[in-house]
Design a protein around this ligand. Structure first.
Ligand SMILES: [Fe+2]
Length: 336
């Protein structure tokens, strides 16, 4: 068989979706052109409302005095520990019943199935984002980044977020540079250093699949016709992007709380045996992962409050998910 006719293998530098340029007449055309797409109405507004309510209840379950109607309680002291002021990965939250319900919404799975051309998928155990506008004790600076290491070439992962709240130009949310994924391999042909940002991962650190860009790097992409854009969304929209796409989140300027669930699925056949086993172990112990479903599966560490593990850390979700064969397959805990 000629090399190009073989099925692409992860980390061989080849795009994992070999798109021949044919048109679908739906969001897949956007995705293959820009490296990102908005899939409209993947869940109903009613379902989005349900998930919003569950997220708020989850914040309140820590009984630290957080009140969604009283802004004076919108501080770190009243909330469980988050990353970047709103991303929740810890406390086994990535396995809460409502989180798995979102991942297994029929059209969520269907979207990833259509993208990859298979129903045999693995799902990431990544977090949700609940960002409160005007939270006083937060410092915020842009961190344009990709969640794919420069050492991985080609299209290797597609990540996504399911949006629950109307999200306009002033609301906190995703800023994304359309088309930047197509320039990733060219950009990293030269040796590039990460920006000296607070979140820069230590060398040889856990988060290998993260690169934070410098201002001059952003310009490099802009000179090639790309532009950072705020993505506006309605409740129920799912955004997908090639993990080589430059992105970050802006802090909410409006009145609305940001409510999002990160969801990412890739074909199960991409996972190595040891990654499959590790994933099953993470699931069985209710631990979270990175955005990557089939590899880059890393322990996220406990939530730290004032230099100590948060005394309210949890080793299991508050409400366990309803275990079905489909869920176990997506979790990597049951073979296809
Ligand atoms: Fe990211």
């Amino acid at each position: 068989m000629a090399p190009h006719a073989e099925e692409p293998k992860p980390d061989s530098g080849v795009d994992l979706i070999q798109h021949d340029g044919s048109k679908y007449g739906d969001w897949r055309d956007d995705f293959h052109r820009d490296g990102s797409a908005i899939v409209k109405g993947v869940i109903t507004p009613e379902r989005a409302e349900y998930y919003k309510k569950k997220q708020i209840e989850w914040l309140q379950s820590f009984k630290r005095g957080f009140d969604p109607n009283d802004e004076s309680t919108w501080t770190q002291d009243h909330l469980p520990v988050s990353f970047k002021g709103g991303m929740y990965f810890a406390y086994s939250s990535t396995h809460e019943k409502f989180v798995w319900e979102a991942r297994t919404e029929p059209k969520v799975i269907d979207t990833f199935s259509k993208l990859w051309g298979t129903e045999e998928l693995l799902c990431s155990f990544d977090g949700m984002n609940i960002t409160l506008p005007r939270q006083k004790d937060l410092t915020w600076s842009p961190w344009p980044h990709t969640d794919q290491s420069p050492h991985r070439k080609g299209m290797q992962c597609v990540q996504g977020l399911l949006n629950y709240q109307p999200n306009g130009p002033n609301d906190g949310g995703l800023i994304l540079m359309k088309g930047s994924s197509k320039l990733f391999d060219e950009f990293f042909r030269e040796n590039r250093e990460q920006a000296d940002h607070d979140d820069k991962p230590p060398e040889d650190e856990n988060f290998k699949d993260l690169f934070i860009f410098k201002e001059e790097d952003v310009k490099w992409f802009e000179e090639r016709g790309c532009k950072l854009e705020k993505i506006c969304l309605e409740p129920g929209d799912l955004v997908l992007w090639d993990s080589r796409t430059m992105h970050y989140a802006c802090f909410p300027q409006g009145d609305k709380i940001r409510h999002v669930q990160y969801i990412c699925m890739t074909p199960a056949k991409f996972a190595k045996k040891e990654d499959y086993e590790l994933k099953a172990k993470m699931f069985n112990t209710w631990q979270g992962t990175t955005h990557w479903p089939h590899c880059n599966i890393r322990v996220q560490g406990p939530p730290m409050r004032n230099g100590q593990v948060c005394s309210q850390n949890r080793s299991e979700p508050l409400e366990k998910p309803l275990i079905t064969d489909r869920l176990l397959q997506l979790a990597g805990a049951k073979a296809y």
